[in-house]
Design a protein around this ligand. Structure first.
Ligand code: PLP
Length: 455
């Protein structure tokens, strides 16, 4: 595998353009002295050596966790911004990058039918979700947050940080929030907010947001959509009717978390929170004796819990959105559809090998959960772990996930659930190239399964 280098040429040209804007200043040389430059180079070479100790995330044979390489343009734009190192807290720390951040927020809001949304970039999905739940706690004081048992583990944790009660609602046999369990819980009262996950981390299931919203409204409960992983799939034309209905309901939610550093081709450090009602900005109101003095315009720090934030993240995202706009039928949407297709194709291929594999369920998005065939949960778990290790020896990198015995036995009635959970293999097929690499993936997977069953 070779690494992309075209962007180094764009970066050099763009640096020269950036530098032209500084030529009116008295001469000031940014270069290091010869010895420090020599040592820096030497250290960087040693760091490159150490960085070899990683899985090859950018290669299509990495089909494990949610790890997607940033677009070369995003990488170059992020690096370019490093020569300025803007801080998107107050406008005096990053005027151009704050303007770009607002453009990104409008683009992401528009993606969900909320062009007026108030929002900002965050360091990731956790912070985006935290701010949404924080606002929920302010809007519905003394009430609890509920989310499906498959919601990301961050929700109970951040609720605890915020001093909010958190309760899990059962998931149905498709791994989606069980609407009758939710209804029963809402009728008991005391709920302030529902977290609906559109793309769960472990299995990629989609909560029925279109059913959750009317129920929530009847009980005066806020709805937060955790679309950290799945949000961009609203652009895909080939979702199941249930998923489509859920994605189409996002515009009616109160808040949304989406992670451009997952499917949005950004380097890590790029999440986003959006609020349908810009009025919630009042909860952020605070005074600062040392910021917000350079302009009467909105400083992003005035509507953000974090203070210093990398303007580079906004620059990278803004550049990417220009190259690959968030349009249905566009290039970006087409690449997401290839990911969906890869997951569906892997499902079909595994199911065709009768007696060899079990697939948990048809993939709603691009995550597939599967396991080698066995009679019991404990044997399945042992074999899954062995396949995981054997596949790595074959150069194929997968992930593992634990599926609750209740969901496993709903999906696989013939499986004897002798343990509380079943360890399965999990592949997030987040690279469009996965589609054409499927034969190579399958060949290695099959060999890994055979070896795992022999040992
Ligand atoms: C649905 C969901 N929510 C929240 C998170 C947490 O996001 P982050 O890791 O960016 O903090 C993740 C991460 O995988 C996720 O999949």
């Amino acid at each position: 595998m070779t690494l992309e280098r075209q962007s180094l040429e764009w970066l050099a040209a763009a640096l020269a353009r950036l530098e032209q804007g500084l030529m009116d200043l008295p001469p000031f040389d940014g270069e290091l002295d010869a010895e420090e430059a020599r040592r820096s180079r030497e250290i960087l070479m040693a760091i490159a050596e150490r960085m070899r100790d990683n899985y090859p995330y950018a290669h299509p044979l990495y089909a494990g966790q949610m790890l997607k390489p940033p677009h070369p343009l995003a990488r170059a734009a992020y690096q370019l911004a490093q020569w300025v190192n803007p801080n998107n807290h107050a406008l005096d720390g990053g005027r151009a990058s704050s303007a770009m951040e607002r453009e990104c927020v409008t683009a992401l809001g528009t993606l969900f039918g909320m062009p007026q949304a108030l929002g900002h970039l965050t360091s990731g999905g956790t912070l985006a979700n935290l701010e949404a739940l924080w606002v929920c706690g302010r809007e519905r004081p003394g009430r609890c947050i509920v989310g499906s048992e498959l919601a990301h583990y961050t929700h109970p944790r951040i609720s605890a940080v915020l001093g909010l009660e958190y309760e899990s609602v059962a998931a149905d046999s498709h791994g989606c929030m069980d609407i009758s369990a939710l209804r029963t819980r809402l009728e008991r009262g005391g709920v302030g907010g529902i977290v609906a996950t559109l793309g769960t981390t472990s299995i990629g299931s989609v909560d029925p947001l279109d059913e959750i919203i009317p129920l929530a409204r009847r009980h005066g409960v806020r709805v937060h959509v955790d679309a950290a992983y799945g949000g961009y799939f609203t652009l895909a034309s080939k979702l199941s009717p249930l998923a489509r209905a859920a994605f189409d309901a996002i515009a009616q939610a109160d808040s949304i978390a989406i992670d451009p550093h997952k499917h949005g081709l950004q380097p890590y450090g790029c999440g986003c929170v959006l609020f349908a009602d810009p009025g919630v900005g009042r909860h952020y109101k605070h005074d600062s004796p040392y910021t917000y003095f350079s302009s009467a315009e909105l400083h992003l720090g005035e509507i953000t819990l974090e203070c210093s934030r990398p303007g580079a993240a906004a620059v990278a995202l803004r550049a990417t959105l220009e190259l690959l706009p968030l349009e249905r039928g566009g290039v970006f949407a087409g690449r997401l559809e290839q990911c969906l297709e890869a997951a569906r194709e892997l499902q079909r291929a595994l199911e065709q090998q009768t007696g060899s594999w079990r697939v948990l369920m048809p993939p709603e998005l691009d995550i597939l959960v599967y396991a080698p065939q066995a009679d019991t949960a404990s044997t399945t778990s042992r074999l899954s772990r062995r396949v995981f290790e054997q596949a790595a020896r074959e150069g194929l990198h997968l992930a593992l996930t634990r599926i609750d015995a209740r969901l496993a036995s709903a999906r696989w009635p013939d499986l004897a659930c002798d343990e509380a959970s079943v360890t399965c293999l999990r592949s997030a097929l987040m690279k469009p190239e996965h589609a054409i690499w499927l034969p190579a993936i399958l060949e290695r997977l099959e060999r890994a399964r055979e070896r795992a069953q022999e040992s």
